[in-house]
Design a protein around this ligand. Structure first.
Ligand code: VGL
Ligand code: ZN
Length: 210
């Protein structure tokens, strides 16, 4: 696959709290870092996101009396899964994985910073109305095709990819450069949702082999 100046690698939430030892650890989350670094070296444009929550965020189970992580509550904007406290603004858990090496990264987009709205997607918060600004940025920069990697496949990668596609960007997921949270059924649901949205899952070798 030939990459052009209109292509961007979008690295989703490769942060300590989503890696082993973190507060919302994704199995093998850290394993993808070397591959992400290699991929980043092939792209002319690299962007990344950081999950970036205030204390007492709506998505934290600890913010809701009697609630436990991985339960779903009714938020004003619809169902919201609850998580352990994670990616608190400025904390070590919210920092990018120390081995992530993509110094040419042009944009760091933080999301989920509103107390009352979570944001899995890099484009639209969980109310599906509040924009993060990423679509406007990409359009102004002429970046038309996005390759997604990072964490977690079945949440932030999933919703970012589908919103990107729906907002008019050609969007692909490099599946071996992701890892999943893996709640019951979440990986299969993600495969199906990406397929019906027209987001291909590709292997990193399609980028890395000439
Ligand atoms: C994520 C759950 C909560 C993710 C973020 O990055 O996939 N998952 N916050
Ligand atoms: Zn989060």
């Amino acid at each position: 696959m030939t990459l052009t100046d209109n292509d961007a690698l979008l690295i989703i939430d490769l942060q300590n709290d989503f890696c082993p030892g973190g507060r919302l650890a994704v199995a093998g989350g850290d394993e993808i870092v070397p591959l992400v670094n290699t991929l980043a070296g092939r792209f002319q444009h690299v962007l990344l996101t950081q999950d970036w929550h205030p204390e007492q965020h709506i998505s934290f189970a600890s913010s809701h009396a009697g609630a436990a992580p991985f339960q779903t509550i009714a938020a004003p904007y619809g169902g919201q899964a609850l998580w352990p406290d994670h990616c608190v603004q400025g904390s070590e858990g919210a920092a990018l994985h120390a081995a992530l090496n993509a110094p040419q990264t042009e944009l760091v987009l933080r999301k989920g910073f509103r107390q009352e709205i979570d944001s899995y997607s890099a484009f639209l918060e969980n109310d599906h109305q509040t924009h993060t600004g990423l679509a406007g940025y990409l359009r102004e920069r002429g970046l038309t095709r996005l390759f997604l990697v990072g964490l977690a496949y079945d949440f932030c990668v999933r919703f970012s990819a589908i919103d990107g596609k729906e907002l008019g960007f050609e969007t692909l997921v490099i599946e071996d450069a992701t890892r999943a949270v893996g709640l019951p059924g979440s990986v299969d649901a993600t495969h199906a949702a990406l397929a019906s949205a027209g987001v291909p899952r590709i292997a990193s070798r399609m980028i890395l082999t000439p």
